[in-house]
Ligand binder design. Sequence first.
Ligand SMILES: [Fe+2]
Length: 229
Amino acid sequence: MDLKRHNSFRLVHKGLRLLMYSTATRLQQANLASRSDGSAVMEQVQLVLNLFESHAHGEDHYFNEPLEKINPDVSTLFQKEHEEDHRLSAVLQDQLKAWFDARRDEDREIIGNRIFYTLNEFVAFNLYHMNKEETMLNQALWNAYSDEQIRSIEQELVKNIPPAKMMSYAKWIFGGINDAEATEWLTGIQMNAPAEVFSAFKQVAAQTLSPERWESIQANLEKVHVSVA
Ligand SMILES: [Fe+2]
């Protein structure tokens, strides 16, 4: 894996991994028989499904489909993996509906237990899948495009994410990356996006990160700003 090339999936996958780890942990701790105890974590399972669905759709539309003509084997492999992802997601979606519709604690307990195992499968599948995207799919993209081209495809993809959904991704991304990555990400947004977009991202970062980390990132942003000016 060439660490010098642009890895378009790095930050978003770190955010999505954190979301999966957090959800799996909360599922282990919650009393899933109880509506009041289980509802919040079940809503987080729903968020996992929503963000992974739209993420896979973006990858297919902006990376895998254009790659069909250049590298059909890799393109087909990843589109097929997204079908499996979608299948697991549909199973979880039905189980979630059944959990919210259930009226008795014993029914919620049985369905909650099924959700726990299906989510574990979903997590396991996606951990392998995202590693494969960052190695095999990236290699195919690096062979086909320059870093500059990959960055501009990525910007197109990001531009088409509705703002509320983008802020939802941003929360998990800020929680899942290191200070240098957060500084670099925010610097890119500051240079390429309107001021109100930059300030919306800064607000999410301030809410998500510890005060110490946010202070140190802000200090680094100012240094970058001074050196650019
Ligand atoms: Fe994917």
